[in-house]
Design a protein around this ligand. Sequence first.
Ligand code: TNX
Length: 517
Amino acid sequence: MTHYRLIHFFLWFTLFVSCQQKRIATPMDLEQEAVIPKPVHLEATGSSFLLEEGTTIFYDTPQLEPTANHLAKALRIPTGFSLPVQPTTSKIASGNIYLKASNKDSVVGEEGYQLKITEDFIEVDANATVGVFRAIQTLKQLFPPEIVSSQHHQKQWEIATGTITDYPEFAYRGVMLDVARHFFEVEDIKRLIDLISLYKINMLHLHLTDDQGWRIAITSWPNLTAHGGKTEVGGTEGGFYTQEQYKDIVSYAQERFITIIPEIDMPGHTNAALASYAELNCDDKAPELYTGTKVGFSTLCTHKEITYTFIDDVIRELAAITPGPYIHIGGDESHSTVHKDYVYFIDSVQNIVNKHGKQMIGWDEISDVDLQPTTITQFWVHPQKALKAAQQKSKIIMSPAKNAYLDMKYDSITPLGLDWAGYIDVDTAYTWDLSSYVEGIGKEDILGIEAPLWTETVKTMEDIEYMIFPRLLGYAEIGWTPKALRNWKDYKVRLQKQKERLEILNVNYYPSKRVWD
Ligand code: TNX
């Protein structure tokens, strides 16, 4: 063989070997994947990408590093791959994941993203880190269900190729947990944060105080938790979060791009505070702690100066440990407060919240007050009051009890929950729309959706999960996906396929017959 022929042979031989190594991609259809919330635009290209040992996760700006690590950590457990994380180098090599927050795309906005999957690479492109984080949730839903497992699985980790351009319809997509009627430990809150973040929920409202308990330590008023945090509904032991624990929850949520919204409910729903400090009562007598479930019997004394000193201290301390823009002040069901006192009170509290640099949120009853344009109103049961708020240019969070209350029973035999607003099975939770719910309140008035879980009957994390799942997935989609792309039949099929993931995650969901028949 001549020298020339030898080289020739060698070249052909290497090409032959490398072709042998290149895998034949499995045909897969991105259109068939059951993503919730449904993405806005999706185009399938019919092939697949294979995640392997050797896949590297690259990121293009330093602020993406924690999110890149978050993804790597999540994928390493089930796949067993090492998945190193590195800043992007100029050379693009096959088989990798590229995260970019350098997109300047006006369509996808702050939270949106583009996801491009080819046989050779996965590329996430967003304007901000939050968009990359939301994209990762979509990406996880495209992999086999075991991708959410906390154990190693031997699998072909393939995903369908194509492109997704996705962004939310509404900026506010929230869940509320009442930790006052029953107290829940930090670990439970963290699990809840993990679970809701999978569906692109971005707000967690914590109902921190009520008649039955005060759950956040306030240094200047220590008896609020020392006494007022002792019990809960039914008389069992209560509990509270220290400010350190609260900060831990806040930063855990921040890492998952979820804003914590603390609520101090007032002037009603305040028995725990009134029981802890006699001077907050008009008659200077502290009532007993309350462990029942009635509402509307307590009120702060709206005429006393000490009341506003108290509120100023509470809001100041809370604002200092709350990086998010909002503080919720309740304002609901103040049946024991004279109406004109209620108006004076809410108006004063609105000033206090603003003074501490936060935007006030209140339940829909607050619209009897002159609302500042930054104040947000949460519609729950009074359409006329919500309308009155919108007419004052207050933005509205939609939480209609009949469709969005997570504490309503699914049907007559649901062992937990209440039924005053009706039964809410999974279809009832899904088949409604934010912008046409209250006449006169249109899309431009609405900040978004929130599904509240009140916990008079909910005592454990298993109970929380049973009431929240799977209804929450529907609320997440109502908030994210435009109305024109949503319909129950299509959603039901996608929800059916989520079952396996919920089971791998050990979520105690309600197996509704309307979905899994
Ligand atoms: C009404 S919703 C309440 C809560 C109860 C809930 C039970 C709202 C603003 N107030 O105090 O826990 O009903 O469904």
